[in-house]
Write a protein that binds this ligand. Sequence first.
Ligand SMILES: *Cc1c(COP(=O)(O)O)cnc(C)c1O
Length: 348
Amino acid sequence: MSFNLNKLVRPNIQKMVAYSSARSEFKGKADVFLDANENPFDTGLNRYPDPLQRQLKKEISAIKNVPTEQIFLGNGSDEAIDLLIRIFCEPQRDHIITVPPTYGMYKVSAAISDIEVKTVLLTEDFQLRPKAILAEANQHSKILFLCSPNNPTGNDVNRADIEFLLEKFKGVVVVDEAYIDFSELPSCTTLLEKYPNLVVLQTFSKAWGLAGIRLGMAFASKAIIQLFNKVKPPYNVNQLTQTAALEALQNKQQRAEWNTTILEQRNWLIEQLEQIAVVEKVYPSAANFLLFKIENPNDWYNYLVQQGVIIRNRSTVVLCDGCLRVTVGTPSENQRFVNLLQSRLVNV
Ligand SMILES: *Cc1c(COP(=O)(O)O)cnc(C)c1O
């Protein structure tokens, strides 16, 4: 395939000179640092963090089987989404393509940068329409955002359709894999060598249990990662976050146990929801949440809120008429949620 990265990058980004941080200018070893106007007294946090998070990337590289030079780390994957739009999309000229119903941040980040969003709906069973996507694209279609497993629908997106689009779409194809740890499919990172236009997003916010530290990952070609590094704020991943992530990576067993419980609980929730008369459909899920269709979704949503249980009302989202989305919680939280649905039915 022919892919010319330079032609896709905004001219101002190509021309600009990246900020050079105090600590990255010198080469060699040193033990006195009087270069960055930091407080010299050791608080454990008085020094700026490593702008390239080298130690953390080494650990992530080993687990993900992606070379460190092909990893970008950001303040959540939301930062990676924002930077991608700012690297490639010229305001009032370029656009992105999204495939609703999908994650809301692509549209929000585009709006902040004054970038138009073209949309091509998924099918009724939440799969891609690759030919319709290509028909919508032109030379100003810089980024195509795909999400697998998709939010809010929960399903895996067909891999053959993703590959077809990687072959044919002329811009960058982002595959957002925030929920990949709950899926049986392998990550699209295995396709990085084959497709120079691929960016895979993952996060510490879901399976790793670290939404609070804000740490997202982007995997892509070296050239695309260099662009991320050029435009990112120099110290975008703070020291507390880097330390907490390194600790979590030492305890992979914990994560595996959580995953097992969450997948068991997902199956239990499916069984329970399917037995509730007003539930019309529970959609297949490869994620840590379920989308289900229910009679009078707003009433159910409000009733649950009154009882102190918050789920996500997706009933006005395109192709999700009548749908609510529930995250798989702890066993007791899931039990409480199901009990509330059952007891209201008995009482009405
Ligand atoms: C939760 C979620 C994310 C995570 O974003 P962070 O900024 O890393 O917390 C990304 N993409 C999708 C589709 C999500 O649902």
